[in-house]
Design a binder for this molecule. Sequence first.
Ligand code: HEC
Ligand code: HEC
Length: 283
Amino acid sequence: MKKTTLAVCSIAVLWVGPQLAVADPDDDQLVINEEISIVTEVAAPAHVENLSTIYSGWRFRSDETQAVQMDDFDNPGMIGVENALVDWDTVEGTAGQSCAGCHGAAEDMAGVRAVYPKWNEEKGLVTTLEMEVNNCREARMGADKWKYTGGDMTDMVALISSVSRGMPVNVAIDGPAQSTWEEGKELYYTRTGQLELSCANCHEDSYGMMIRADHLSQGQINGFPTYRLKNTKLNSVHARFKGCVRDTRAETYKPGSPEFVALELYVASRGNGLSVEGPSVRN
Ligand code: HEC
Ligand code: HEC
């Protein structure tokens, strides 16, 4: 199977108890609305050196949680998508514009989620969807920025993701994006906090382990935004990163910070080949 050495010891210290056990992801297939087939398991891209197969987090959830994502009428994350559809058509700001006015139907965003984060030539940096949305709001609409992990923003990202469901994640890691990707990789493997754990200690070395009721996944982000049954709302990528860093008892970077943007690019690239799945449902 996989290396279960130091990291497991650290995790055992963190979650002392007899619950520690290994369970592989299940074999369930994800088809949404009996229509959209989702790739939840595929050979790891060559740049993910220590994994042979990558899995969506969906494969680690219980049958009950999995079922909620299989039909849009059951998926509470789709309420966020509907809210965002209203915003999409709403004229706001000094330029008298709406998203729809320039971009047409929301469906025209199909394919966009799959390639973000992405190098933005004009800005000369890697941008996330949230940064693109705020750039349009501020510079093109003359409207106020949305809070990076706020409800309006996360709903909009859920809408943009939903129209790409089933398409393979395919972020570019070479060319001008390469140095940002390297930076993200470095962060992924750096041990932080009092517990001295890196993302890799949990999501690469120890995925499949049961930690209390939680089945540890590979920490993929193809399903974001994610509706969590735990906090009953849509959660953005950077909000999740913040929570995971905090669990190591480290100071966290800010959502929208260059560090989290780099980490997002790196983590997204570890999912190249999985389907876009957001808004997904997790516990
Ligand atoms: C005044 C016209 C205009 C308005 C209004 C506008 N945008 Fe944009 N948007 C653009 C242009 C131009 C680009 C850059 C070129 C492109 O990718 O289409 C862009 C790029 C984007 C991108 C990146 C697309 C890609 O393919 O990389 C996203 C996402 C986006 N806009 C979302 C929104 C959202 C959400 C709204 C409403 C809150 C909005 N935009 C409002 C003109 C606009
Ligand atoms: C102490 C162990 C631990 C560390 C360290 C850790 N995580 Fe997590 N993470 C978890 C647990 C537990 C969950 C919830 C179960 C799951 O989905 O794996 C989770 C969930 C996630 C998810 C959600 C996956 C999904 O499909 O919804 C992402 C993304 C993630 N982590 C990324 C990271 C990143 C990036 C880092 C490093 C900054 C990190 N995690 C560090 C334990 C950890």
